[in-house]
Design a protein around this ligand. Structure first.
Ligand code: BGC
Length: 770
């Protein structure tokens, strides 16, 4: 006979009973009994399964990402070709999901269940801009759409941790109400280079900004009682050859730049899980890297959650387990065999396997699934859409506003040029995509806001886009085919401008995981058609005494140095989520005063980025990428080498102006509190992002000219009013990592504190002595 114990104290008495009756076998159930007792009952087969996702039947990702390894003898190019052919025939499975086999169709993976021990399977799903699950289910009339929230870069450009937490609280509610336990987000790799295909999901070139935004994100999601997965840990700066590329980078740069954001997120928000990355770091795969996953993450930072691999990141399952990579996703037969053989031949210690299982069991215990939460499958999508509309402009960056062309006059008639004015990108591709019910394009948003559009132009664009798309491959999981901009004749442009008060030209770029952006026309550079249109529209508008506003609808940046003199207004609207058109119209109409600031340095030329010397853009034999710029990423490089950017890090204008005064610093032990007054000296209410850059004294190590150490976004300040912003930092935050000493070192001396409006606009300074 077999009994099970489910109730703590009663369980003990049942055990006692069982002891008196040797014929009976007692099962110690998960949730009530010490974890080690539960694990002790598992067979080796169960143990190996517990540390794997349940997709072992799948030989490989159904649609292999360019750059996937060829371990299983699969011809990757052939797989890509097949996937493309399927997408061309309209197979939407390639868009919506990798998997979708479990309780929540379209999730990214499920965990292993052992019913006899009371261990349930939990659900893991993407991603950073909202939950990614299948929107429809066979034989079910209900729909399961999710909200497409603002993407990573625009959240970071808000520099507003409160808004990020508010938005992700709603996002986490969809995770909970659709029955998912862990959201595979946020993604916070450093923008080392503007061509990284996933920069739209990531936050910044600066680790403090990235870390603080990520911590706010995790706190928002996890306030719902569901988990997150901060990813991709670590140094995953590119997609080309993402599996197995070797990032060769100094320990100082790893710690100060590439790990810092993760460290902040771990310490300030306790994410339930961490996702290790595909790449190698100095020769060792991140997912097999004991130094990274155990010594630093757990040992130094005190992390006690689960580490999972990125999907199909594998070389040796036993080595991954030994390194402290608890969960191997979505699980392969290879990994299963390697773990079982490793235990049998002694290359994998059973204690390591048990430790990893304990971490996974601790995670499961926290989940809604374990707690029996009855999810509704009916989150309040209307309320969330409203929230997205209100916050889709939280990070809009106003780059140019010559002669106050913006905000536009109420009821202005607009000649809206550019495909993306009618087919707006609200999010990226790949696992960062969200299956939303609808999107609002810019033309629709403008009309909703009371503007009128030049109808002929609207008709010409919509007809052109529909025709062009019908000739192209359908959208796939990996890519949205690029539609060249409508080639306008000078007469067409003039006719449209004659009928309008102002011209808008929207330029968009799409990107996503699996590939980097291209250093070509149509991606980093404007196409000839775009460049000519822009020039002709600018000339025609100015000849008619009218203005041109250019909108940039993309997750990253493009080269625009030649075009800036041609525009009156320039606004980076990023990818603001499904209410894009409405959120953008709110800024153009002045309902919202833009308050975003760039989370990256915008160079005049690509070659000005130091990583340009080693950022491979096509898969090749040489899988080694040397991070020779070391810690001098982004503004740290532009400062050091006195390279003038097109727009500096932290830059963004407003419809008003701010004056800074009364910079003060107070020390309390090792904590410093900095206050600054910002006075609104303009005519409309606005918010100001104040940045605190600190310059260190000369010490043993070379230091950046200055580094961001804290920031604060003011509340809405009315004209003539003053707000005080408060920023804090700790003495330890001033440290650099000394590789020779193997420790963080704070040099003694005088530190200069700058309160700044951007990395190139330092307003006030003061000093502290250490
Ligand atoms: C991506 C991850 C994602 C996972 C599951 C991988 O290809 O790199 O960011 O969470 O797939 O979909």
């Amino acid at each position: 006979m077999k009994t099970t114990t489910k109730l703590g104290a009663m369980g003990l008495s049942l055990m006692a009973l069982a002891a008196c009756a040797p014929a009976e076998q007692t099962t110690l159930m998960y949730g009530d009994q010490p974890m080690e007792d539960v694990i002790a009952q598992m067979t080796l087969d169960q143990k190996a399964n517990m540390v794997l996702g349940t997709a072992r039947g799948l030989m490989f990702p159904p649609d292999a990402a360019p750059g996937m390894p060829n371990r299983n003898g699969v011809d990757i190019n052939e797989l890509i070709k097949q996937a493309q052919e399927r997408a061309e025939k309209g197979d939407t499975m390639t868009i919506s999901t990798f998997m979708g086999s479990g309780r929540v169709p379209g999730d990214a993976a499920e965990g292993y269940a052992i019913d006899s021990l009371g261990i349930p399977s939990i659900a893991y799903a993407d991603g950073p801009a909202g939950l990614r699950i299948n929107p429809t289910r066979e034989g079910d009339e209900n729909t399961y759409y999710c909200t497409a929230f603002p993407t990573g870069t625009i959240l970071a450009a808000s520099w507003d941790t409160e808004t990020v937490e508010k938005v992700t609280k709603a996002m986490g509610n969809e995770v909970l109400e659709y029955g998912v336990d862990v959201l595979l987000a946020p993604a916070l790799n450093i923008h080392r280079n503007p061509l990284c295909g996933r920069n739209f999901e990531y936050y910044s070139e600066d680790p403090i900004l990235a870390g603080k935004i990520a911590a706010a994100y995790v706190n928002g999601i996890q306030s719902n009682g569901v988990g997150t997965s901060i990813k991709h840990f670590a140094v995953n700066s590119q997609e080309t050859m993402r599996n197995g590329i070797d990032a060769v980078v100094s320990e100082r740069a790893i710690r100060e730049i590439y790990l810092k954001g993760f460290e902040i997120a771990v310490k300030e928000s306790k994410p339930w899980t961490v996702m290790s990355s595909y790449n190698k770091i100095n020769g060792v795969l991140a997912s097999e890297n004991k130094w990274l996953l155990t010594d630093v993450l757990r040992g130094e930072w005190g992390y006690d959650g689960v580490v999972m691999t990125d999907w199909w990141a594998e070389e040796d399952g036993a080595r991954q387990q030994a390194a402290g990579n608890d969960l191997l996703m979505p699980g392969t037969q290879h990994q299963y065999d390697e773990i079982v053989n490793g235990i049998k031949n002694g290359t994998l210690a059973e204690a390591d396997l048990n430790r990893n299982i304990t971490n996974i069991l601790n995670l499961i215990q926290k989940t809604p699934t374990f707690k029996g939460y009855k999810y509704s499958n009916k989150p309040d999508l209307k309320a969330h859409a409203q929230l997205v509309r209100e916050n889709g402009s939280c990070g809009t960056v106003l780059l140019e506003n010559k002669d106050n062309v913006l905000p536009l006059a109420a009821n202005a008639k607009i000649a809206a040029f550019g495909n993306a004015s009618y087919d707006t990108y609200v999010g990226g591709t790949g696992s960062g995509n969200v299956n939303r019910a609808y999107k609002v394009n810019i033309n629709e948003g403008l009309k909703n806001a009371g503007f009128t559009l030049v109808e002929d132009l609207e008709k010409a664009y919509t007809a052109y886009i529909t025709a062009a798309k019908s000739k192209q491959a359908a959208e796939s999981f990996w890519a949205t085919p690029f539609v060249e901009d409508l080639n306008l004749s000078a007469a067409q442009i003039k006719a449209a401008i004659d009928k309008a008060d102002v011209a808008i030209y929207t330029i968009s770029r799409q990107a996503g995981e699996g590939a980097d952006r291209k250093l070509e026309k149509g991606d980093y550079y404007l196409t000839d058609v775009e460049a000519t249109n822009l020039k002709n529209i600018s000339e025609a508008a100015h000849a008619a005494g009218k203005k041109l506003v250019v909108l940039l609808n993309m997750g990253s940046i493009i080269e625009l140095t030649e075009q800036v003199p041609l525009v009156d207004g320039l606004v980076h609207v990023f990818m603001p989520g499904q209410e894009a058109g409405n959120s953008i119209a709110d800024v153009l109409s002045g309902k919202v005063n833009p308050s975003g600031k760039l989370p990256m340095t915008w160079a005049k030329a690509y070659k000005d980025y130091p990583s340009a010397v080693d950022f491979p853009l096509s898969p090749g034999e040489d899988r080694v990428v040397k991070y020779t710029e070391d810690i001098f990423v982004g503004y740290r490089h532009f400062d050091k080498n006195k390279v003038e950017p097109l727009y500096p890090f932290g830059f963004g204008k407003s419809y008003t102006t701010f004056e800074y005064a009364n910079l003060a610093v107070k020390a309390n032990g090792d904590t410093y509190t900095v206050t600054v007054d910002v006075k609104n000296t303009g005519k409309v209410a606005g918010r100001e992002v104040v940045q605190l850059y600190i310059s260190a004294p000369k010490g043993t190590l070379e230091k950046p000219v200055k580094e961001l150490k804290a920031f604060c976004k003011s509340a809405l300040v009315q004209p003539g009013q003053t707000a005080t912003v408060t920023m804090t930092f700790k003495k330890a935050d001033l440290a650099s990592y000394d590789e020779a000493k193997k420790q963080w070192v704070v040099d003694p001396g005088t530190y200069t504190l700058n309160a700044a409006a951007s990395a190139a606009d330092l307003r006030l300074n003061t000093t502290i002595n250490l």
